[in-house]
Design a protein around this ligand. Sequence first.
Ligand SMILES: CC(C)(COP(=O)(O)OP(=O)(O)OC[C@H]1O[C@@H](n2cnc3c(N)ncnc32)[C@H](O)[C@@H]1OP(=O)(O)O)[C@@H](O)C(=O)NCCC(=O)NCCS
Length: 138
Amino acid sequence: MITYTDTIDGIDANQLQGFFQGWPSSPSPQTHLRILAQSDHVLLAIHTETRTIVGFITAISDGILSACIPLLEVLPEYQHRGIGSRLVQTMLERLSALYMVDVVCDANIVPFYQKLGMLPGTAAMLRRPDVTTLNRRR
Ligand SMILES: CC(C)(COP(=O)(O)OP(=O)(O)OC[C@H]1O[C@@H](n2cnc3c(N)ncnc32)[C@H](O)[C@@H]1OP(=O)(O)O)[C@@H](O)C(=O)NCCC(=O)NCCS
């Protein structure tokens, strides 16, 4: 069974294994936990029996007008069970008072977000795989 929570209270980095697949330089589980802790909003999908995290979503917001969803991932063996949709839907409910919510994603993921009521758009972005903050302790 999968349960959902909006807090990282009681979550250990050991529960965060297998994420950031395919990233050229991926955050460690410890850094992942810090990312969750420092995000304005977070939702976790937890496997009830093993207590492992099988999916997560974060949002960064000014709390007035806008938010963005920088990270959403469901572990491959748990995909296609509705977990990703549930995470996005719940996050969009959390952000429902805001004028704009933006997601930058690969083109093949756009239909996933469209099914959840979002619109396709264009984006500009910058990625720095060699940033020193990625796995720095503080
Ligand atoms: C995108 C993602 C979060 C979806 O999670 P999920 O739990 O499988 O999503 P759901 O089960 O709620 O919905 C699945 C539906 O979304 C669509 N979908 C999901 N992943 C897709 C993908 N990679 N490509 C195209 N469509 C996709 C399909 O319509 C799929 O329907 P199906 O299960 O009948 O095939 C997951 O595929 C993932 O973690 N991908 C890698 C990370 C990523 O791309 N994150 C988005 C960054 S913004």
